[in-house]
Design a protein around this ligand. Structure first.
Ligand SMILES: [Zn+2]
Ligand SMILES: [Zn+2]
Length: 119
């Protein structure tokens, strides 16, 4: 299992207060409910943006997105908050009863592949 954990990207970013405020507004929740630190949820990667799950999208979100993701390239680089649907790739064929919860068209492996025991 430890092997699997190490595979995950270790980048993190801090949500600045104005960004948290916007998210709170969009979701109609108090500011305190929007966390400050976000970790990249992708597998370790060299290129491309980091994607960190922030929170569920607003229930009536017209975009049809499942969640809000913080997207960034490097420490101190610009942060973007983007709505994305889940990937939803199923691990059932390989014996994992779970759908991938990473953002659609993510890089690296599906989230459920982290639960596969090493061969
Ligand atoms: Zn990353
Ligand atoms: Zn996936």
């Amino acid at each position: 299992m430890l092997q699997n954990v190490i595979k995950v990207c270790e980048a993190s970013a801090m949500l600045l207060r104005p960004t948290r405020g916007l998210i709170a507004l969009q979701r109609r929740v108090p500011l305190e409910e929007v966390g400050e630190w976000v970790w990249c949820d992708l597998d370790r990667h060299i290129d491309g943006d980091h994607y960190g799950w922030v929170c569920d999208a607003a229930p009536d979100g017209a975009s049809g997105a499942d969640s809000l993701w913080l997207v960034w390239q490097s420490w101190r680089g610009p942060l973007r908050v983007e709505p994305h649907g889940f990937c939803r790739d199923s691990g059932k064929a390989l014996g994992v009863d779970e759908l991938c919860w990473l953002p659609a068209r993510h890089s690296g492996e599906h989230s459920w592949q982290r639960y596969l025991s090493a061969p």
